[in-house]
Ligand binder design. Structure first.
Ligand code: NOJ
Length: 752
């Protein structure tokens, strides 16, 4: 045999070995290399001792009776722990309570397998950060990672091992209340934020007991619920699923997220909780996910009402065989899995695979070495609400605030102001500052906007307050007159309006996304005084508020800013912090435009005001009130000198794009420069713009900096009609600017 043939032979053998290995790994026949070897040996020896019932116990997650985050409760959960019939508990926290429950597991059960404790630590444990949509408006990955890190430090000190976060659902429909829990409408930004949050929660691993397992949820496409109604149907092509909804999940997986949660919705007729394509094929096979998959709260049982399973037992069979490892609160694995195994409908190897994944994480958390290592009361006392956590929460909140309008430099307010009127139903509300999913956050720890403003303007009588109206009540106008009386005595007015904290989050869809109750009437009355009026918005979703948007002199979007919210907002109002947030989601003019997102398709009849037969409305423009990526500053920025190092580039090359950003105003400020691309012709049509990069740049007045982006063919890939992820040669438009309407651009060509 010639040398060349020998080489070819060896290469071919190696390739076949590689394929076999990869098959064995993905099919679960062999363990994943990410799984720690010595842990694996320990898992195997434990597994060999377990009865079928004990294995099913590990696959069962029940809530404690401390909190309700869903419709049903099992009051007997302590008895279940004692019998080894539950492997994980959620909604139980604090070092003392988790210790109490852990003690039952490790002292009173046959195999002494420790419990995992999970909880919805979504934007902080006790120190509450802005709601995730608000954090996303910072476009600051480091700060977002840090917020998740602090959440993990506090949660782990309170006995928790596992958070049901990050929620990485892309959402293009602001009627859906859960838009508040994610990073908005864009897959590129959403992926970067998903990875940052996973890194923050899971830290440097579990050696220091200050990290918690992340859980990417809700897998998948939950954010595309029809009509924005929670839990509703999702029907979309696999192309759109892969291109828009899956990337943040893939990013979470690649960042090492150890768990995934299935979604309540169906996708193309099959509930996510038994969707083999999603769980087995894509997540476990294609992505080689080594962790475990948990259902959402009773989502297995709900497959009966979906019309997909005949009864709970059937649902259990469908779900476990689709690759779901743990049943949250449904008790269907608990009741039916043993019978299903005995009847041959579920293989023991599938059960073993699930249990192996779960036990692996219990070992990784160090719970077999010390089941109480997260239950340290001294640590809990020292770390929860630590001063440095408050400082980080205040900073994160400032970064999340978006300046939407600022006519005649109404903002910032002067500290020299004699009298300021603070008005509105949200101005002095501690509870609403927490937003939804506020874990162990305590309203009494929150700083309201009124308190924040008072801290800036000490001295008797400088800050006048009047509530004006309720958030929702539509009949009682008496407060408006009182508010006007107060406003007349003031030099400027800050009016704080929006939604109550509970109006977004789970089961909080709204059909009308305007200001509830009489709040718009209140704002109109105050604007009519002709005094400087600043509208401060607090809300968990984009609102459609065209009158306010066009008539209020200044508007600040503050979301629900968390424990330190009042101080953070006051920092921005008085210019101690120059606002730098950018919208992670489009704000429509009217709910009738929904879904409205920047990366839409062009259609064959793009809107033309001079042609009736084009794609538009008779009564509202197509354009949003505020576009994706938008946010003002107390200074101004300009973009110039966009240059590409070559006009044509190949598949193995990258383009270098340079652009000059200048601070053209009088204050130092931070700008987020955004890179957008359009693929002009595709074998399937492409969006009018897609975000492909962003960079933060801090500039002194008059200062310029040249920033650089790189763009390669890989960045231009999309799913074609055969679901192949490829970039196609041809022309691309590129823009760089401060929002998704960026005008400065050039055209380049990708060559074969
Ligand atoms: C239902 C929610 O959909 C999910 O996000 C949450 O983690 C669980 N309940 C647990 O509270």
């Amino acid at each position: 045999m010639s040398v060349l043939r020998k080489i070819i032979h060896v290469v071919a053998l190696l390739f076949v070995a590689y394929l076999m290995n990869s098959f064995a790994l993905r099919s679960g026949i062999m363990k994943h290399p990410q799984m720690n070897k010595t842990i694996e040996q320990r898992v195997d020896s434990l597994l060999a001792l377990m009865t079928l019932e004990e294995k099913i116990g590990q696959m069962t997650l029940f809530t404690s009776d401390w909190e309700m985050t869903g419709p049903t409760l099992r009051a007997e959960y302590k008895e279940d722990i004692r019998k080894g019939r539950v492997g994980a508990i959620f909604n139980a926290h604090t070092a003392a309570y988790t210790r109490e429950l852990q003690r039952i597991a490790v002292e009173e059960t046959r195999l002494k397998i420790p419990l995992i404790f999970g909880y919805d630590v979504i934007h902080g444990y006790k120190t509450i950060f802005p709601i995730p949509l608000g954090e996303a408006a910072s476009w600051d990955l480091q700060a977002i990672e840090q917020a998740a890190r602090i959440a993990a430090v506090e949660a782990s000190a309170a006995g928790l091992h596992w958070t049901f976060a990050p929620m990485v659902d892309i959402a293009r429909d602001p009627r859906w209340g859960r838009i508040s829990e994610g990073a908005g409408e864009d897959s590129y930004l959403g992926s970067a934020i998903a990875a940052a949050r996973v890194r923050g929660f899971q830290g440097n691993g579990f050696d220091n007991a200050d990290a918690i397992l992340a859980c990417a949820k809700h897998y998948a496409a939950y954010g595309a619920a029809q009509a924005g109604r929670d839990y509703h149907t999702v029907d979309m092509s696999e192309q759109v699923l892969r291109e828009v909804y899956l990337p943040p999940f893939k990013a979470a997986r690649d960042a090492g997220a150890w768990t995934f949660m299935t979604a309540f919705n169906e996708w193309n007729g099959i509930p996510a909780t038994a969707n083999t394509r999603l769980i087995k094929d894509i997540l476990k096979w294609e992505w080689g996910f080594p962790g475990f998959v948990v259902t959402d709260y009773t989502s297995i049982n709900e497959m009966v009402l979906h019309g997909y399973a005949a009864d709970d037992k059937h649902a259990a069979e469908l779900s476990v065989n689709a690759g779901v490892d743990m049943d949250m609160q449904g008790a269907v694995y608990y009741h039916h899995l043993a019978d299903l195994v005995k009847e041959g409908k579920v293989k023991v190897s599938r059960i073993d695979d699930a249990v192996r994944r779960i036990l692996h994480l219990k070992f990784l958390l160090g719970l077999f070495d010390d089941p109480y290592r997260f239950c340290d009361e001294a640590r809990e006392k020292r770390l929860i609400m630590a001063p440095e956590h408050q400082a980080a929460a205040r900073d994160m909140a400032r970064k999340s605030i978006v300046l939407l309008r600022n006519e005649k430099q109404t903002l910032p307010l002067s500290r020299q102001i004699k009298t300021l009127a603070v008005i509105g139903p949200l101005a002095d509300s501690k509870q609403d500052m927490l937003g939804n999913w506020s874990a162990s956050g305590d309203a009494k720890d929150c700083v309201t906007l009124l308190e924040g403003v008072r801290a800036k303007l000490p001295g008797q009588g400088r800050v006048l307050y009047e509530k004006g109206c309720d958030i929702e009540n539509k009949s009682d106008r008496s407060g408006i007159a009182k508010a006007l009386a107060v406003a007349k005595k003031a030099d400027a007015i800050v009016v704080v309006v929006g939604e109550a904290g509970w109006m977004s989050g789970e089961a909080a869809s709204r059909a009308d996304i305007g200001l509830p109750g009489l709040q718009e009437e209140l704002v109109k009355a105050l604007v009519a005084t002709q005094k400087p009026v600043v509208v401060v918005l607090m809300n968990g979703r984009p609102l459609a508020i065209p009158w306010v948007a066009e008539n209020a002199p200044a508007i600040l979007e503050t979301w629900f800013a968390g424990t330190q919210g009042g101080h953070a907002i006051a920092d921005v109002l008085f210019g101690d912090y120059n606002p730098s947030g950018k919208l992670p989601v489009t704000f429509p003019r009217s709910a009738g435009q929904i879904p409205l997102f920047y990366n839409a398709k062009n259609t064959g009849r793009p809107a033309d005001p001079n042609n009736k037969y084009t794609s538009k409305y008779l009564d509202v423009p197509n354009s949003p009130q505020w576009p994706f990526g938008f946010g003002l500053s107390y200074t101004t920025f300009s973009y110039s000198d966009l240059q590409v190092d070559k006009k044509e580039f190949g598949y193995n090359d990258a383009l270098t794009i340079r652009v000059k950003v200048t601070n053209t105003g009088a204050r130092e400020g931070e700008e987020t420069a955004q890179l957008y691309v359009r693929d002009l012709v595709g074998s399937v049509t492409r969006p009018v713009r897609e975000l492909k990069g962003f960079q933060k740049v801090q500039l002194k007045p008059g200062e310029s900096k040249v920033i650089t982006f790189r763009l390669s063919a890989d960045d231009l890939r999309f799913y074609n009609a055969d679901l192949l992820f490829r970039a196609e040669p041809g022309e691309f438009d590129i823009w760089v600017g401060g929002d998704s309407n960026a005008a400065l651009g050039t055209r380049v060509t990708l060559k074969h």
